[in-house]
Ligand binder design. Structure first.
Ligand code: THU
Length: 135
């Protein structure tokens, strides 16, 4: 993925992050992804007074993607609210893997623009995927 795409997706993730509804954790997260067709979708975390119902930024971005008729992630960027990288939680790793083969790029970006690049295969080795249901 080009540096341009990281820049574009970072900007979209930071924009979505501004809309984060996180009054309980005060931890604002943004995510943005691009599909093989070049379509981009973003999302923020959405918390609830009923705490377990909160949704991560990655899940919101994926929901936006699927709602718009796309089912493949080429690259996803996650924006943290501070200077630490916000690695996707375990549940979000599984949600990303649903739409992304192992080599799919996952990039974490901090507020000052530091980046850490990895892949979903590194974050979730031996992921359980749809084809496992066919065996
Ligand atoms: N959060 C995300 O949105 N993405 C992550 O990858 C990790 C955590 C959110 C969930 C919750 O709203 C807040 O950050 C604190 O856990």
């Amino acid at each position: 993925m080009t540096k341009n795409n990281i820049k574009t997706l970072s900007l979209l993730a930071f924009e979505a992050q501004k809309n984060s509804h996180s009054p309980y954790s005060n931890f604002k997260v943004g995510a943005a992804l691009i599909t093989p067709t070049g379509d981009v979708f973003s999302g923020c975390n959405v918390e609830s007074a009923a705490f377990p119902l909160g949704q991560c930024a990655e899940a919101t971005a994926i929901g936006n993607m699927v709602s718009n008729g796309h089912k493949r992630i080429s690259h996803i960027v996650i924006a943290s609210p501070n200077e630490d990288f916000c690695f996707p939680c375990g549940g979000c790793r599984q949600k990303i893997a649903e739409f992304a083969p192992d080599e799919t790029q996952v990039t974490m970006v901090t507020q000052s623009g530091e980046i850490h690049e990895t892949t979903i295969g590194e974050l979730l080795p031996n992921a359980f995927r749809a084809h496992d249901l066919e065996k």
